[in-house]
Design a binder for this molecule. Structure first.
Ligand SMILES: [Ca+2]
Length: 421
């Protein structure tokens, strides 16, 4: 791939309380453009030789070959220039073509997966679909929708941020440990979804390549058997820790408290935005996710009045977040683990990306952090390190097969290659 530009970056330490001199062994970071002139890049997935599949939210699925050449594979409705397209796929608001994943047995079955919003027969949903790709990586065929009932927010609602297309989740990842596909879904501003046994919004699903429930899912009795964990707001990051394959979500909070959580089989993330819960009144459109439903400045003393991201009063056994971004909501959006000696002290730590817009006087959240998670996954005890890379909304962060980190900056239309030295 052609190196278009490169620049050295200093590492800025934001919170050093627990790491002290260890930072001396943090890597120096350089970044270069892996591909640019994209439109709203959302996710990437790699083959071992560096071939990179990527999605653009309002365009479709493409692949960049090791030579640097790009094949446009499958477009959403109304977009030209792709080898094939699906008229039902669309984008609106936060919705569109989102996550992409490659089958663990790709060399045998040539299957890839995409999460996208879809409108068929006037019904809008989010779907996970599977394609087969040809040997030349220039055409996909045999679209098979393996999940076709993930909720979608069709109409605007009265509360702040109430536009259509909100909270879709949309990250899809195969676990290297069990080979199943994990799918994050959002609450769609639907108050009943996260704790519902039947709506599969506000969940982490665990399924096989045909969309069937993974053997061993342990949701509560009566729950949809595809549900691995429930009670989430809008998890848009999911990653598996090297070594123990512990599952971690990254999730944006409502005006406060982005969350990284270790997710256990059958666990409840503790998000329940229904009205008239204990101590809670009515809310616009039966959604209390922005309670107390006003746009006023948020001071720390007010936070107890807001909808908790993890309601431990109602659900004492809920999954406690390992990290809540110091109580701030800055659009935590994606995560992955850094692996390999080239990352020095960051080997085995989690990188988290933010796409925040700096509402309510908080620092703009356009950055990547590195978190050192405890062995039990319940706390982040190490440094929070900010990488002052080119600013932008970080939609995806994926370690590539070359050991470097690839990050998609949505509004720049660029996927960067981040190299440790
Ligand atoms: Ca939670």
């Amino acid at each position: 791939m052609k190196k278009i530009r490169s620049f050295k970056l200093a590492v800025m330490v934001l919170a050093l309380s627990a790491c002290g001199g260890a930072m001396a062994a943090a890597p120096t970071i350089t970044t270069e453009v892996a591909i640019n002139k994209l439109e709203l890049p959302w996710d990437m997935a790699f083959l071992p030789n560096g071939t990179m599949f990527f999605t653009e939210k309002c365009k479709g699925l493409s692949v960049q070959l090791p030579s640097g050449a790009v094949n446009k594979l499958h477009g959403i409705g109304g977009v030209n220039g792709y080898a094939s397209s699906s008229a039902d796929l669309f984008c609106d608001g936060q919705a569109g073509m989102m996550g992409v994943a490659i089958d663990p047995d790709f060399q045998k079955n040539r299957l890839i997966y995409v999460y996208s919003s879809s409108k068929l027969n006037d019904k809008q949903v989010n779907r996970v679909m599977r394609f087969k790709i040809d040997e030349t990586l220039s055409n996909v065929s045999d679209r098979t929708d393996i999940v076709s009932d993930i909720g979608y927010k069709s109409k605007a609602t009265k509360h702040p941020f109430g536009g259509p297309g909100a909270h879709n989740g949309g990250r899809i990842r195969f676990s290297p440990a069990d080979g199943y596909l994990y799918v994050t879904t959002g609450d769609n501003h639907n108050g009943i979804a996260p704790q519902s046994p039947t709506y599969i919004g506000g969940k982490v699903l665990r399924i096989d390549r045909d969309g069937k429930p993974a053997a061993g899912n342990k949701p509560p009795a009566g729950f949809d058997p595809r549900i691995f964990a429930y009670g989430f707001r809008n998890p848009q990051g999911i990653a598996f820790r090297p070594g123990d394959s512990m599952v971690f979500t990254a999730e944006n909070g409502p005006w406060h408290s982005d969350e990284v959580s270790a997710v256990t089989n059958g666990g409840n993330g503790g998000w329940d935005p229904r009205p008239n819960m204990a101590g809670r009144g009515d809310c616009p459109d039966n959604y209390c996710g922005y309670s107390p439903n006003q746009m006023g400045a948020m001071e720390p003393k007010e936070r107890s009045a807001f909808m908790p991201m993890t309601d431990l009063k109602t659900y004492p056994n809920a999954l406690k977040p390992a990290w809540n971004n110091n109580g701030l909501s800055q659009g935590m959006f994606c995560n992955d683990f850094l692996s390999g000696k080239q990352w020095k002290d960051w080997d085995g730590q989690m990188v988290v990306g933010y796409a925040g817009i700096g509402i309510h006087g908080t620092t703009v959240g356009n950055r990547l952090d590195v978190l050192k998670l405890s062995k039990d996954g319940l706390t982040a005890t190490g440094a929070q390190v900010s990488w002052p890379t080119a600013t932008g909304r970080f939609r995806s962060a994926v370690q590539g097969p070359d050991g470097n980190l690839y990050v998609a900056l949505e509004d720049q239309g660029v996927i960067y290659r981040v190299k440790p030295e």
